[in-house]
Write a protein that binds this ligand. Structure first.
Ligand code: NAI
Length: 238
């Protein structure tokens, strides 16, 4: 018996990293899972742009048409580039907010009517950068901090209708995103500032470990958990 037998999940950002690990874990635990990603391919992952309301509505509709219900929506699609605040272009600022914050808003809005029917849940991947300031990361911090409070707000709003809403806040996770992000670090970045994000535990978080936290929050074991931010930050905040 799997924790998600008979359940249906939609996972954005499922073509890579944490999203791919989450899709695999939920499926392994019995769920029917549809992935939604800009890099969509085949039946498994519907090509979706989370910044586009029509595209998101189509992904949610395709999931429900295919599997008859929706129990879990996971907001995993995201982007991250470092950059000094005075060097950020308006396009870069807008893009971070569009993918990392407007995306979860659009997915939640499209998913809620179905989640109300199943007493389902939403889990979003925010970041430690959503609960703590990080230098050279203003657009990303703003988007993830917004996502943390968006989560808390709609958790309150949806609780009377039986829908739980939570987020996970990882520190550095070993995925293509972090490799790309470090390539964008300003060459003369102040190393002292960057140590504020150092994990106390050695190493990076594995994508599968974040997937486990997402699965827990989406599972019946978290029946009384809503509006929470589950940190996987290696002790950064301790
Ligand atoms: P990744 O780069 O491996 O995967 C992100 C996926 O999102 C990609 O498949 C990409 O195609 C998709 N995507 C990007 N823009 C999209 C759009 N507009 N519409 C649909 N899909 C889109 O990254 P990773 O690390 O798996 O990131 C997943 C989430 O975890 C992101 O929200 C990220 O901000 C968050 N996170 C990652 C951390 C890390 O250190 N890797 C740390 C904390 C949070």
């Amino acid at each position: 018996m799997g924790r998600f037998d008979g359940k249906v999940a939609l996972v954005t950002g499922a073509a890579s990293g944490i999203g791919a690990a989450t899709l695999a874990l939920l499926r392994q635990e019995g769920a029917s899972v549809v992935g939604a990603d800009l890099a969509g391919a085949g039946d498994d992952i519907v090509r979706t742009d989370v910044t586009d309301a029509d595209s998101v509505a189509q992904a949610v509709a395709a999931t429900v048409e295919r599997h008859g219900r929706l129990d879990v929506a996971v907001n995993c699609a995201g982007i991250f580039r470092f950059g000094r605040v005075e060097d950020l272009t308006l396009d870069e600022w807008h893009r971070h907010l569009a993918v990392n914050l407007t995306g979860p808003f659009l997915v939640s809005q499209a998913a809620i009517p179905h989640l109300v029917e199943t007493k389902g849940s939403i889990v979003s991947v925010a970041s430690i950068a959503g609960v703590k300031g990080q230098a050279y990361t203003s657009a990303y911090c703003a988007s993830k901090g917004g996502l943390v409070l968006f989560t808390k707000s709609i958790a309150l709003e949806l609780a009377p209708r039986g829908v739980r809403v939570n987020c996970v806040c990882p520190g550095g996770v070993d995925t293509p995103l972090i490799v790309g992000a470090f390539a964008s670090m300003p060459a003369d970045a102040d190393a002292r500032l960057m140590t504020r994000m150092d994990s106390v535990l050695p190493g990076l978080v594995a994508p599968g470990e974040v997937a486990e936290a997402i699965a827990y929050l989406a599972s019946d074991a978290a029946r009384m958990v809503t509006g929470t931010t589950l940190l996987l930050d290696g002790g950064t905040q301790s």
